[in-house]
Design a binder for this molecule. Structure first.
Ligand SMILES: Nc1ncnc2c1ncn2[C@@H]1O[C@H](COP(=O)(O)OP(=O)(O)OP(=O)(O)O)[C@@H](O)[C@H]1O
Ligand SMILES: [Mg+2]
Length: 509
């Protein structure tokens, strides 16, 4: 709809009043008139006007009186004062009192029109600003709603790392109110073990592709401050905020913006998949493991029988006792390994001796391998640097790869396991078999969950996909080269952390 500004002309001089009415009416404005102060106030009581053109000197009422009335009740009305004795002083007085502009009588029409037009432009600008402000308020409200209703934790930090904003999601996820956390340091909500990992990430300064994305951290929940089991596992996305676009020089760091997503359920499901794949591979090994234990038991049994037959032979007694002792030790070690392996893996990382982890894995399956006429070669690098990892999970990967090789060589063959540090400074663990190989068209699918070429009921098809996930969490990769009827090479690459230490394999309780 076309906007027609409404103007009230107040002047006791009829000639002036009518002349202005005709001239401004001709310009398309909607004109009303008042003959004196009283009539002006009557009009203003009934209606509102965009502009009032007000004569200052009228017989019944001083123009200032009308002006005060307008400014008291019609804040949006723009006042243009018309006065015959416009000294600078009186003009300033009017402007101070709230008039928008003034005209000194006598004025010509062009002058009047310019002032009115300028005032109308101001009114239009004000109206546009109001519309924009209204729209902004709606958008702001919408964003506020989205931020507060978000199931993710959304926060901002100041450059010192103190929380300046955090949304209501913390109430259900951390068990405390947003108000309690505002102005606390971010380290107050990170689980102690993860403080190092959170540094420079939770309080990220970088932007764009270098900013933090997909980093897992644990947050304290209010009533279980230090218990990792009861902490909240989150996936973090965060970036630095600057006062200017990032590619501009001399920008100032204003703080960090971040979103933390609760991934507890996802982690629990992932752990279940890992565990079921582990149990499946244990199932495959049962017969081999039984044999591994039965063997030393048989040795013990015959040594004991010998002892019973010749209890007085001192040399034989010593030999038998030694055999019984070492074989019981071997059997219990295998059981120990098996238990360790089948336990649900925790999340903890420590320094891992990969050669040792491979040996532990092999101890569960050596017999089975030999039984199938598979020649096992170890080419382990001496002094292999330790890597940061979860020994239990890594053993699960090794077992999957060894079992796959074993399955690929039903008629026997050769399996070579080697460890080395490659020129890129990564640790490599290679599994090379002389088995059936993988057809090229299958290569792109073997890491997919449930992809298997095994007969129904024998393979779950989870081995490689679970292994892939585990190695990815270690910041490494699995590569494969394979030729049908020649064999397959699987290479696990793990990064060397700068602060690796050659410490003994830490058996997690
Ligand atoms: N060393 C290998 N030689 C030949 N084929 C292989 C080898 N490793 C993997 N494959 C192929 O990749 C498929 C997927 O392997 P994956 O370990 O994921 O599942 P699976 O061994 O079939 O079952 P499971 O869940 O019991 O491990 C195998 O079925 C096989 O076709
Ligand atoms: Mg497998």
């Amino acid at each position: 709809m076309l906007y027609v500004p409404k103007i009230l002309i107040v002047d006791d001089e009829a000639r002036m009043r009518n002349r202005l009415k005709v001239l401004l009416g001709f310009e398309g404005y909607n004109i009303h008139t008042g003959r004196n102060g009283r009539e002006a106030i009557e009009c203003l009581n009934k209606d509102s006007y965009d502009i009032v053109l007000l004569d200052m000197i009228m017989p019944d009422m001083d123009g200032c009186h009308v002006m005060d009335y307008i400014k008291g009740k019609h804040l949006d009305t723009m006042l243009i004062i018309m006065t015959g004795h416009a000294s600078v002083d009186s003009a300033v007085k009017c402007l101070k009192r709230g008039a928008y502009d003034y005209l000194r009588k006598p004025f010509d029409f062009e002058q009047l029109l310019a002032r009115v037009k300028n005032t109308v432009d101001q009114i239009k600008l004000k109206k546009e600003n109001e519309i924009v402000r209204g729209k902004l308020e709606v958008t702001e409200q919408r964003y506020q709603y989205l931020v507060n209703a978000s199931p993710d934790i959304i926060y901002t930090l100041n450059p010192e790392g103190e929380i300046t904003f955090i949304n209501g999601a913390v109430e259900s996820l951390l068990g405390c109110s947003a108000e309690q956390l505002v102005s606390k340091h971010y380290t107050d909500i990170i689980l102690g073990d993860d403080l190092n990992k959170a540094k420079y990430r939770f309080n990220e300064r970088r932007t764009g592709s270098r900013a933090t994305s997909g980093v897992e951290l644990r947050l304290k929940t209010s009533n279980n401050d230090y218990d990792p089991e009861k902490s909240l596992i989150i996936e973090l996305k965060s970036m630095g905020i600057y006062d200017k676009p990032v590619d501009e020089p001399d920008k100032t760091f204003m703080g960090t913006y971040g979103v933390a997503r609760d991934i507890g359920d996802r982690k629990r499901l992932e752990a279940q998949v890992v565990q079921s794949a582990k149990m499946a591979s244990l199932g495959v090994m049962t017969c081999g493991i039984t044999h591994e234990i039965r063997n030393p038991m048989a040795v013990c049994s015959s040594a004991a029988q010998l002892l019973l037959k010749k209890p007085d032979d001192r040399v034989l007694r010593e030999e038998c006792a030694d055999k019984i002792y070492s074989n019981i030790h071997r059997a219990s070690q295998i059981i120990e390994n098996l238990l360790k392996f089948s336990r649900t893996s925790g999340e903890d990382f420590g320094s891992v001796n990969l050669n040792e982890a491979l040996e532990l894995t092999l101890s569960l399956i050596t017999h089975q391998i030999k039984l199938h006429q598979i020649e096992l070669n170890r080419e382990f690098a001496k002094d292999l640097p330790y890597v940061m990892g979860n020994a239990n999970l890594l053993q699960q990967v090794f077992l999957n790869l060894i079992l796959n090789a074993y399955n690929a060589m039903p008629e026997g063959g050769k399996l070579t396991l080697s460890t080395l540090v490659n020129p890129d400074g990564e640790v490599e663990i290679r599994f090379a078999d002389t088995g059936c190989g993988i057809p090229e068209e299958n290569l792109e699918y073997i890491f997919d969950p449930f992809f298997t070429s095994m007969p129904v009921g024998q393979g779950t098809g989870l081995g490689l996909s679970v292994s892939y996930g585990i190695i990815e969490r270690h910041g490494g990769s699995i590569e494969v080269e394979s030729t049908v009827d020649v064999g397959s090479n699987f290479t696990v690459k793990l990064p060397l952390t700068r602060d690796w230490k050659n410490e003994p394999l830490n058996p997690k309780p």
